[in-house]
Design a protein. Structure first.
Lengths: 452, 307
């Protein structure tokens, strides 16, 4: 046989293997019933809208529940701790995986992705934006950064925290979008009661939980150079008493007092967005899609008047560091239908589905590079002034700036409590005193964590 | 002996008759077991390090109890619980009695309308009422803020400041639950005998004399029932505080229920959360026992069995 013939056979064989592995048997788990727990969110709605297609393709029946975010994680915590395998799949965030994965509730997804019998070649794992998919990887060692270790969940979408401002109000007052922290403070003060009592400059979250720390506050904290924890002598040590942490927090407290919502300590993302949309707040620093949804035609009184800008920088700092949030889906390690559950996860994170969710499904910040580059996505999302530009600018250095550790919700709740005390009480003589006491308490709290 | 002279053998009673006493108590027994299992488990788990984070747990004796009872958080939570229960229960009892007396003394279309309208808040879930109130009290879009603006009051902090947070949650509790007290008192007022009041009127007794010496003593059983229900619910309050401030600002409104919930579910330290709730149970138990004892005495007094 000639060499050409052998080469031709080899090429043909490779092609055939390629074809065989390109498409998996989607009917392999026909008749299985999967239980899925969703948080009430646009991301979940996009999946629910396409459930019938999935069931038709696979023959797998999906039973789902949606729960409002206030109670979602309580319900999920209880369900997972029962170790019954119900739900098979659940929505989660990256921070939650720091609790669930060490407790053994989450399945490592890497083996499924690498198995060509279970994962279609069209899945294109490498198409996920590295910063987003890596936010869901962790080696389970408290203090070690995300990005290494097993993959605990797959992203549905993500959010960075940027400034949304009302260009109509800014134009009327002759102001420009703030680029520095000093400008942000001055503009917030200038916009206090811009349209009478109850109106104000800047909407940011202030409730007594982690939700207050992780968006704008943590983004500026990281940009300022602050760190929450560091490993010292094999132990986690809280660094909220550092020079940067105290200076940033002091600025934040003054900013809220001077230009924040009068009832800041009761403000979650819903009230921040509502005030921005109603024209009561001239700016909002929160998840970018929060501002985006208020700007969609018909969604709010100020729809069409909102524009987007990056993180205002402190003096001497040139890099914007937005803290990142991602909604994701994980698999219950106790699930009795793991392979069918993987089909579900796979189907609803394919480039094809994510093009739908990123455009028609209104899940604006797609985790897929191919979707982000698509014309359909750019046409829809690009309609909002400055959105894509800000997104590109800020997302370049966006990451999770919290130190992964399983007491995340406890430490951030205590952090938010001190922030509230600093803004609305005279409990502490100074920000420095408050942050030093907080750092001491948090170091004590995490002292039983083993840092291998 | 039976009528025929035969000895009645109880063992020969039909099966259905013999098991009847057991069947009668069975539902109560099942409910008691249903209540006692989690209660006993709670006591047991409070002596362990049980957590959602770990697949297993170990016995730690009174470690959780001693740590919690010596912590500032516990005593602060206890103080908030007592304050909330005191302010909301007293205010609801006073307001409820006043409104019921007013409605009872009037008998026109307006009082009939009010009797129905004032029950509406009871039909709304407290968490829903809290969210509606949160919007009404909002300084940017709230209708209460607009109303206060008419009197020159701007940006009243309501739940956002420690000084006014307790007042705000008690106010919402009043809105939701005063009508419960009003209903019970109104029913009590309408069941009072007329003759003592007619005698007092003939003797020239004033309205205040009638209220203090006739209405109040005869109304005591109804008042104790209202007090029992409201005090127990106020001691355990969760929905209004969580819905409005999540216990903030700072830890201003962190009562025993919220602290226990936060420790158990948010922080996943179930065993450490149980002493809070067991202490709350003790308080509710003894308070309820005391009120029930008083109610029975008042009932006997009102029935003329005791002087």
């Amino acid at each position: 046989m000639s060499k050409k013939f052998l080469l031709a056979v080899a090429v043909l064989a490779t092609a055939l293997v390629g074809v065989a592995s390109a498409e998996i048997n989607w009917r392999a788990y026909e008749g299985t019933t999967l239980n899925v727990m969703f948080n009430e969110h646009t991301y979940a709605q996009a999946i629910i809208a396409k459930l019938a297609d999935f069931e038709k393709l696979t023959g797998i029946k999906v039973v789902y529940s949606t729960t409002p975010e206030t109670n979602y994680f309580d319900k999920l915590n209880t369900a997972l701790s029962s170790r019954t395998g119900d739900p098979d799949i659940f929505m989660t965030g990256a921070y939650q995986t720091w609790e669930y994965a060490p407790a053994g509730y989450m399945e490592d997804l890497d083996p499924y992705i690498k198995d060509s019998n279970k994962t279609s070649a069209a899945y294109k794992y490498d198409d996920f934006i590295p910063g987003i998919i890596n936010a869901l990887r962790w080696d389970l060692v408290p203090g070690h950064a995300v990005g290494i270790g097993k993959l605990w969940a797959l992203p549905m979408g993500w959010e960075i925290n940027t400034l949304t401002y009302n260009k109509k109000i800014f134009e009327a007052k002759g102001l420009k979008a703030p680029k520095t922290t000093k400008e942000l403070y001055d503009v917030s003060v200038a916009l206090k009661e811009h349209a009478g009592s109850g109106t104000y400059g800047l909407a940011v979250r202030g409730t007594r939980d982690w939700g207050t720390i992780h968006p704008a506050y943590m983004s500026l904290f990281a940009t300022w150079g602050g760190k929450d924890f560091e490993i010292e002598n094999g132990k986690l040590v809280c660094k909220l008493d550092s020079k940067e942490a105290i200076a940033m927090t002091d600025y934040w407290v003054k900013l809220i007092k001077a230009g924040g919502a009068p009832q800041w300590s009761t403000y979650g993302w819903e009230l921040c967005g509502a005030d921005l949309g109603a024209g009561k707040a001239a700016m909002m620093w929160d998840a970018d899609r929060g501002g985006y949804t208020q700007n969609v035609k018909g969604a709010s009184a100020e729809a069409g008047n909102l524009a987007f800008s990056g993180i205002p920088l402190p003096e001497g700092i040139t890099v914007q560091r937005s803290n990142l949030w991602t909604w994701a889906m994980g698999m219950n390690a106790y699930s009795k239908n793991k392979d069918a559950a993987w089909y579900f996860l796979q189907y609803f994170t394919t480039p094809e589905f994510m093009l739908y969710s990123g455009t028609e499904g209104a899940c604006t910040d797609t985790p897929r590079q191919s979707v982000m580059n698509s014309k359909a996505y750019k046409d829809i999302v690009g309609e909002a002034e400055g959105y894509l530009q800000t997104f590109a600018e800020v997302s370049a250095n966006a990451s999770i700036f919290f130190t992964p550790q399983p007491y995340f919700f406890e430490t951030t709740t205590m952090w938010a409590e001190v922030l509230q005390d600093l803004v609305v009480t005279n409990k502490y003589a100074s920000t420095e005193e408050a942050m030093k006491q907080l750092a001491e308490r948090l170091t004590d709290l995490v002292s039983d964590l083993e840092v291998k | 002996m039976s009528e025929t002279g035969e000895t009645l053998d109880l063992n020969k009673l039909p099966f259905k008759t013999r098991v009847r006493p057991y069947l009668i108590v069975a539902p109560a027994l099942i409910i008691t077991i249903g209540i006692m299992i989690p209660f006993i488990m709670a006591i047991f788990l409070s002596l362990t390090n049980y957590s959602f984070r770990r697949p297993s747990f170990t016995f730690v004796a009174f470690q959780n109890w001693s740590r919690i009872l010596s912590s500032r958080e516990f005593w602060h939570a206890l103080w908030v619980t007592v304050q909330y229960a005191f302010f909301s229960t007293v205010a609801e009892m006073v307001l409820g009695v006043c409104i019921a007396m007013l409605l009872n003394s009037l008998n026109n279309w307006f009082s009939k309308f009010l009797r129905v309208a004032l029950i509406f808040p009871l039909m709304i879930a407290p968490i829903t009422a809290t969210i509606v109130w949160q919007l009404m009290l909002n300084s940017s879009v709230g209708i209460v803020e607009k109303f206060l603006n008419l009197f020159g009051v701007y940006n009243f902090p309501w739940a956002a400041a420690p000084a006014t947070a307790m007042m705000t949650v008690v106010m919402i509790d009043l809105w939701v639950n005063t009508s419960f007290v009003m209903l019970l008192v109104l029913a009590g007022l309408q069941s009072l005998p007329k003759s003592p009041f007619e005698s007092a009127r003939i003797d020239g007794g004033s309205a205040w004399f009638n209220f203090v010496n006739l209405t109040l003593p005869m109304l005591k059983p109804s008042l104790y029932i209202a007090l029992l229900f409201r005090l127990m619910a106020a001691l355990q309050e969760y929905a209004i505080i969580f819905g409005l401030t999540k216990g903030g600002p700072g830890d201003t409104l962190m009562n025993l229920s919220l602290t226990s919930y936060q420790t158990g579910f948010k922080f996943q330290r179930i065993a450490q959360s149980l002493p809070y709730i067991l202490v709350l149970w003790l308080i509710v138990f003894f308070a309820a026992k005391f009120i029930v004892k008083k109610q029975r005495a008042a009932q006997r007094q009102a029935s003329g069995l005791e002087s």
